[in-house]
Design a protein. Structure first.
Length: 452
């Protein structure tokens, strides 16, 4: 049982539940509730084949499922589980709140049913990599640990499957909108950069959502933050909880410098022979080391995990070298801060493929990075003209019809030793099903180049 979990945190009088959204998290929430004898009603405005199959499966387990538009069904629901894809001003959510139902996300429900200790990670970029590194490092330290949340299976699915020593959970700002009692044993804010401003409206609101990770922490919990986090974020951390820091500057509990991390004066722990021996990924390793140290584990376990670490798909993933030009898939870079990190990690001068659905609209801060690293930008997607107009005074910009044209133009103009980097800085949904689909199409096009 997690140290932060009070007795009976799962309400004994929870008898009826409404689940809004039948994606993977909605399905997992419904199954957890059904397993506890709760009467479950599920709504989803869609009606595709995949949804119908999920609906049929849940109905066979006792849930009532309605697909397609319409109002809320009649009923007195104790709780409403809201998909992270639904805004809090969605008519369904507003109606459920007005009915008196408690509004929870799937993360909140899963935490209430969890019987493992929990390490939760949030941030703007690099969360999945940190989650995987923490899981691997915990295994190296002798714990059992599994991944769940925004990366991996939904938390409700994971807590029903097993009870390892630790669950390492990725939590997004969308998921944090709907937490109430959620309180991990260890919480890490990896970074805080502009992201999802199309949903949250401002950095202030976005930051407030991230701070909700720590809101219920007390003396038994540990908050881990970048040393250079804004003062208002530091002030949002409950004073009773233990607070540890990491960063590149002296004074942090874990300091990354020149390919190694020093933790509270111990070390340095060298990372130069791993993917984490650079200024971007080194901070990820530093966050992991201070987390392990807070548990009393040896930070050297992080070094062992880092040396075995395999990059996640679509995160600075080397695809191929064609005619002396390296092609790298960083399709997971869905905001401008992630794009900047991709440029920093590229191994040579860059031909950058960018574009899609912008989540923020201040395109100027990245210009210095473009000037220093990029020979040309090949822009696709809905906001191509805006991006070209913002950047064309510092780097050659070419608007392309689609990804295929962008790859071929970049390859044609690239010189030996350069990198063609797909690091869009934007969401993918204008031209692709997902960032994974975008990255897979990029790989397919590159494979075609090798055959030409």
């Amino acid at each position: 049982m997690t140290g932060s979990l009070p007795e009976n945190v799962f309400p004994p009088d929870l008898r009826t539940a409404l689940v809004l959204g039948l994606g993977s998290s909605g399905e997992a929430a419904a199954r957890l509730l059904l397993g506890r004898g709760v009467r479950v009603t599920v709504l989803d405005a869609g009606a595709g084949a995949a949804l119908r199959a999920r609906a049929a499966s849940l109905e066979s387990g006792g849930a009532a499922v309605r697909l397609g538009p319409g109002g809320l069904p009649a009923g007195d629901f104790n709780v409403c589980i809201v998909s992270p894809g639904l805004r809090l001003d969605d008519p369904w959510v507003l109606a459920a709140r007005a009915s008196g139902a408690s509004i929870w996300g799937e993360i909140e429900l899963g935490w209430r049913a969890c019987r493992s200790r929990m390490l939760a990670v949030t941030g703007s970029n690099g969360k999945s990599t940190l989650v995987k590194l923490c899981r691997d490092a915990l295994w190296a330290a002798g714990y059992t640990a599994e991944i769940a949340g925004n990366y991996g299976p939904p938390l409700c699915e994971a807590v029903c499957a097993s009870a390892p020593d630790w669950l390492v959970v990725e939590v997004s700002s969308f998921q944090l909108e709907t937490v109430e009692a959620f309180c991990p044993d260890v919480g890490i804010l990896l970074n805080l950069n502009p992201n999802h401003l199309d949903r949250h409206g401002s950095m202030a609101v976005y930051g407030q959502m991230k701070a909700r990770l720590f809101a219920r922490m007390g003396a038994a919990q540990t908050a881990i933050l970048p040393a250079d986090v804004p003062a208002w974020m530091q002030e949002a951390i409950p004073p009773a909880c233990r607070c540890r820091t990491f960063g590149a500057q002296p004074g942090a509990d874990a300091v990354y410098a020149q390919g190694a991390v020093t933790v509270c004066g111990r070390g340095p722990f060298a990372l130069v022979d791993s993917a984490f021996g650079n200024d971007v990924m080194g901070l990820t390793a530093a966050a992991c080391m201070v987390a392990l140290d807070s548990l009393g584990a040896d930070p050297a376990c992080v070094v062992a995990a880092a040396r075995r670490f395999e990059r996640l798909p679509h995160r600075m993933e080397s695809v191929a070298a064609v005619g002396g030009v390296e092609f790298v898939d960083d399709s997971k870079a869905t905001n401008l801060a992630a794009l900047a990190a991709g440029l920093a990690m590229a191994s040579g001068p860059v031909r950058l493929i960018a574009g899609g659905l912008l989540k923020e609209h201040d395109l100027d801060p990245i210009k210095k990075r473009l000037v220093n690293r990029v020979r040309g930008v090949y822009i696709i997607g809905k906001f191509a003209q805006e991006m070209a107009s913002a950047w064309q005074d510092v780097v050659p910009c070419c608007i392309c019809r689609d990804l295929n044209e962008a790859v071929h133009r970049a390859w044609k103009e690239a010189n030996t030793g350069e990198v063609v980097l797909l690091s869009p800085g934007c969401a993918s949904f204008d031209q692709f099903r997902s960032f994974e689909d975008r990255g897979d199409q990029f790989k397919s096009i590159v494979r075609g180049l090798k055959e030409e």
